[in-house]
Design a binder for this molecule. Sequence first.
Ligand SMILES: NC(=O)c1ccc[n+]([C@@H]2O[C@H](COP(=O)([O-])OP(=O)(O)OC[C@H]3O[C@@H](n4cnc5c(N)ncnc54)[C@H](O)[C@@H]3O)[C@@H](O)[C@H]2O)c1
Length: 257
Amino acid sequence: MSQYQDQVVLITGASGGLGREAALQFGQNGAKLALSDINADALEATCAELRDAGIEVFSRVCDVTDETQVNNFVNGAYEHYGRLDAAVNNAGIDPAHNLLADIPLDDYNRTMDINVKGVFLCMKAQIPLMQAQGGGAICNISSVAGVGAAPNMSVYAASKHAVLGLTKSAAHEYGKCKIRVNAVCPFITRTPMLDQSLELVPPGQREAMEKQLGKSAALKRIAEPAEVVTAILFACDKTNSFMTGHELMVDGGMSAL
Ligand SMILES: NC(=O)c1ccc[n+]([C@@H]2O[C@H](COP(=O)([O-])OP(=O)(O)OC[C@H]3O[C@@H](n4cnc5c(N)ncnc54)[C@H](O)[C@@H]3O)[C@@H](O)[C@H]2O)c1
């Protein structure tokens, strides 16, 4: 039997780089999916692709900063499937890179809204459902920038540190309800979010820039989405039953130094 056979797995930001790959891997392992994204066209395309591959998908367009939309999505998924085994709170943004004093307040507010309030609202909706059914697993997507400094990305780093604060506190609050709450902290990963940063680099220099970015990892390269998603599946796996409140570094060895 596949690892996630007939389990219901919810993913936000499901049409982006990591979210789409997570949907694919959970689906290929037997999960029934509840997917959302703020980008309606990209969500529709992702869902069509997954359904073509024989994967069951429930979907809703949802902005994770909007409590009503989050509740409609999470409760809608629960009503549709009758349970919620795992939730991957993945939607996030990386604002323009700048020194702290040069970051516009609007960038700060938007980043905190999506990366922190979004995870908070999703967990707030997911936890009562998991409590009622007797347990579940939540995996929040933080970053290597959630555990250390990220020059030129201070607000992003602050938002990802906050995700770990929510994760660890919730793990302690709801462990007695058999809800495990973990975070995955990826290194730089080849997704549209990275492409967006590389757009500022002249096309002829992008490959060299990618190599440069990979240098701080022991493996001397950036990550592929599938490598990060392997850890997300591990975090949510029911057999991984004693891991909670954990920050799972998927950083090619960067933090070992
Ligand atoms: N790519 C990396 O290098 C990297 C490294 C560490 C952590 N992360 C984290 O991984 C997660 C996924 O990032 P990715 O690289 O796949 O990025 P991505 O830009 O490819 O995907 C992000 C997805 O989130 C969606 N989204 C944005 N704002 C939203 C909102 N308000 N409501 C709902 N959905 C929204 C986007 O439409 C997009 O589909 C993010 O939380 C990111 O911070 C990424």
